[in-house]
Design a protein. Structure first.
Length: 309
């Protein structure tokens, strides 16, 4: 058994992470007027937000091309792989997962295992890295897919946008009609139903940034403090490095037992949330899927995170 891991660029894995965990990445196209950019290939992180702030015409996004996906599968077949796990951004905000399912149903040279992350950015990256770690440790495909589904039970997200207009414009906010943040200067708090459909929805609103920040931190504390496993958290931003550092230092001080990392909201996701978005995704610590000798633990059934109604 020889297993590959393929994800898309909305995971925002660094080059070092891609190499360390042996993860391949397909870029997602951004359509901007008559020009097509590929996420972090021919448009960079800072360049994208600078252009977004000055452009009269705003961009939209597509999905990785079916041709690029089939080409990668051809490469895996030629290299002797028996299986490929394709981890996609949430089916609640993209049709890419259904495309992968269609390709998987037609493919008989290699087993294609589509996995719907029900999230994006750092959460999608967490799945890909766990799969890479499990492959390195010799886990079979059944255990890997089991653990990816288990990790999903433990994952949650909170984020705050400066302006809801991008999410409204691109149709990615499921309850947009009930939130008019741009008119009343509220700070909406958003999440994704990772254990269900993977939709983005605004779950609360505060009138000041500090109150919204405290709301997010209270949610994080309440939803993690009684979990019987270790927690890891990634704090990430759409080009607001100072605020990201403030969040990181504050969370590290208040939750010293948890593991914290940082990432970014790159161009493709930035199309939908705009600049100034701050986010955090947490889940079960990936290291806890292995014993003290680095061997995969079988039969893990994690307690699921349950967001308040």
């Amino acid at each position: 058994m020889k297993i590959a891991v393929l994800t898309d660029s909305s995971a925002y894995l660094t080059k070092e992470q891609q190499e360390k965990y042996q993860i391949d990445v397909l870029p997602i196209p951004i359509i901007w007027g008559k020009k097509v950019y590929h996420d972090l290939v021919d448009i960079g992180y800072e360049e994208f937000y600078q252009k977004l702030n000055t452009a009269k015409e705003l961009p939209t996004t597509s999905q990785p091309s079916i041709g690029d996906l089939k080409q990668k599968i051809d490469e895996y077949v030629a290299a002797g792989y028996t299986d490929v796990i394709v981890i996609t951004l949430s089916s609640g905000i993209s049709s890419y997962f259904s495309t992968v399912q269609s390709v998987a149903a037609e493919e008989d040279r290699i087993k294609v295992h589509p996995f719907d992350s029900k999230i994006t950015c750092a959460g999608e990256a967490d799945y890909a890295m766990l799969a890479g770690l499990l492959i390195e440790a010799g886990a079979d495909i059944d255990l890997i897919m089991h653990d990816l589904k288990d990790l999903q039970k433990t994952m949650d997200v909170r984020f705050m946008v400066d302006d809801l207009s991008h999410l409204k414009r691109t149709g990615r906010l499921s309850n947009a009609a009930s939130f008019v943040g741009t008119l009343f200067k509220i700070k909406p708090i958003l999440s994704m139903d990772v254990q269900n459909e993977g939709h983005i929805s605004a779950i609360a609103k505060e009138r000041q940034y500090k109150r919204a920040y405290k709301h997010v931190q209270n949610d994080f504390d309440n939803l993690t403090k009684n979990m019987p496993y270790k927690i890891q958290d990634t704090i990430f931003d759409s080009l607001d490095p100072e605020k990201k550092q403030e969040w990181l230092e504050d969370y590290q001080a208040k939750f010293p037992k948890y593991k914290f990392d940082t990432s970014i909201i790159g161009p493709v996701v930035g199309v939908h949330v705009g600049q100034g978005t701050m986010s955090m995704i947490w889940c079960r610590d990936l290291d806890t899927y292995f014993d003290e000798n680095g061997q995969p633990i079988k039969g893990i059934e994690s307690q699921a995170v349950v967001d308040p109604e």
